[in-house]
Design a binder for this molecule. Sequence first.
Ligand code: SF4
Length: 421
Amino acid sequence: MAVEEEVSKRTRRREIVTGKKFNRKGFRNESEEVGELLNSEFTSDLLKEIRALEHTYERDGVTIRLAKAYGFCWGVERAVAIAYETRSHFPTEKIWLTNEIIHNPMVNNRLAEMGVFFIPQENLKKDFSEVKGEDVVVLPAFGATLEEMQYLKDLGCQVVDTTCPWVSKVWTALDKHTQRECTSIIHGKWKHEETIATSSFAEKYLIVLNMKEAEYVSNYILNGGDKAEFRAKFKNAMSNGFDPDVDLLSVGVANQTTMLKSETEEMAKYFEKTMMKKYGPQNLNDHYVAFNTICDATQERQDAMIELMDEELDMVLVVGGFNSSNTSHLQELAEHGGFTSYWVNEPTCIGPDNIIRYKTSNGEDHVQENFIPARPFRIGVTSGASTPDSVVQDCLERIFMIRKLRAGAEEPAPAALDART
Ligand code: SF4
């Protein structure tokens, strides 16, 4: 029964994406003009120069060390380009986005200025009532749920899908889990749009946030436990009717593509060991399956951050949307490395009065006065996969300006910061 239902879901997805009004490639005839526009809006001459100088740049006593991999990933660039092409291809039609195209306020504001509407939502519930069959609907880089895709198909909309192929790769892994009658354990955040979309393609799933939750699940697999407590704990993070006594007999691990790579790997190994302990190595294949679904871009940015942390730095600047999961993990790495690290989402977080408003990886807001010292200093810089270089440049220009204003002033080193949580 389980397999039939999943084949049906997979078939439904196939039927939708091969439909005449479903576009997954964008509009090539618009791409030249769009390419120029994107170049002018989102690239940065300063960052190009820093890259040419082997990622080190000095101005007015500020030494920038730019991470080797940072900023816009291929999937995000592609999604934004397709969204721009869509506007150009359908100049008069009403265009909707089912969600933010990517997690960056500047990019989403630009699309809004171009007359692209966002489907209203409240408490994770979307209201499609304004969407009409003659409208065009764009699906964002992290995908849309099967239910949304089916609804739009039935309505007769032209759908333009910008889902990153890396995200689709995870969905394919889920198909394989179901073919093997496994429950998909998804390492992710149940509220994150990508995980909401991903889980809609699995028949049986459990979303596990971190190793603490993984240990709880593993303990249940090995020793049993209180089923009611389990269900209450994962009430927002499991498929309908999930029964831990039945649905954890065989599992596969998949992930939200932007999670911390090392934690996804640790979790996959942990569940592999759990199943080995429970059923014996000779039976492992009947109870555990693994496919590598970690996105290269996420991995490269995290690896580059780790490399940067080998250096002597006075502080780290992480630039990216506050709802960007991959950016939060870059900040998390810097904090765990013991660095004073500031996560900002836009240049206005850095005030000319030498105040920075920033977040820590746990989502807390902080304000730091006098964050730029009067003395020369070194700052490590990185940005999330959905951050345009132009935003990073504007942040750096503000830092140069404050430093210039302060140069010569007698100031103590900045106070110990509260970023290390
Ligand atoms: S971070 Fe990876 S999965 Fe996400 S859009 Fe970029 S390439 Fe795709």
